[in-house]
Design a protein around this ligand. Structure first.
Ligand code: SAH
Length: 218
């Protein structure tokens, strides 16, 4: 497991982040590594300065282009589910957005590939992740519903926008014993957080977790 040293970055809002961590623990987040990373990660840098005063509230916020930075609880929960059975080495994220989820994973795993479809978001998250010192995160501008085949298979895949149904190309890019964390369901209907485990070439196990609300996977 590679360890980017994120101690010491973004110290300015440490008290606000400590309060956020208390909220996440109250809401049931238990993974110590996830809490350690989120306690350090400067979420205020992943959004517009005009909204930065709200950056340590446990809420999703707009990042432009009709998209949102995920709620911290959801980032924590999806990360916790992804690493629950052991920390994966090579991970694919679909939907880079602000880059906050990518940074969380980048601090925990050896190699992260993340794919974004909206060019300005791809550019700004790429530049921010680089300036924060991440060298193990590869950003790609592409339609992530096709995954990122060049580096497949992945030990884990995380999707941060919701499809109606899980794209089979993503399932194909999951390694045997790999895990995928993905919100599934219609926009106006109920979406649920699902964890898919690939048990063999053509057998997948699905667990359904809590109800969630994500922007659509386009
Ligand atoms: N992980 C992000 C959440 C961003 S919201 C964060 O931490 O901030 C979901 C993102 O998925 C948006 O940026 C949206 O543009 C992107 N997205 C939607 N459909 C996509 C697709 N087919 N391929 C790649 N990215 C997609």
């Amino acid at each position: 497991m590679s360890k980017l040293n994120i101690d010491g970055i973004g110290m300015t809002s440490q008290r606000a982040r400590d309060r956020l961590i208390d909220v996440l623990m109250q809401k049931g987040i238990k993974d110590k590594e996830v809490l350690r990373v989120l306690r350090k990660l400067p979420r205020h840098l992943f959004m517009d300065e005009a909204l930065a005063s709200r950056s340590y509230e446990n809420t999703a916020l707009p990042i432009g282009h009709g998209q949102t930075i995920s709620q911290p609880y959801i980032v924590a929960r999806m990360t916790e589910l992804l690493i629950e059975k052991g920390t994966p080495t090579k991970v694919l994220e679909v939907g880079t957005g602000s880059g906050y989820q990518a940074a969380t994973l980048g601090a925990l795993v050896k190699e992260l590939h993340t794919v974004e479809i909206i060019e300005p978001l791809y550019r700004s998250s790429r530049d921010l992740l680089y300036s924060l010192g991440f060298r193990n995160i590869r950003t790609h501008l592409s339609d992530g519903s096709w995954g990122w085949k060049a580096n497949a298979p992945y030990d884990a895949i995380i999707v941060t926008a919701a499809p109606n149904e899980i794209p089979s190309t993503l399932l194909d890019q999951l390694a045997i014993n790999g895990r995928m964390v993905i919100p599934v369901g219609k926009q106006k209907g109920a979406q649920s957080l699902q964890v898919i485990t690939r048990e063999s070439t053509d057998s997948f196990k699905t667990e359904e977790h809590e109800a969630v609300q994500f922007v659509p996977l386009v």
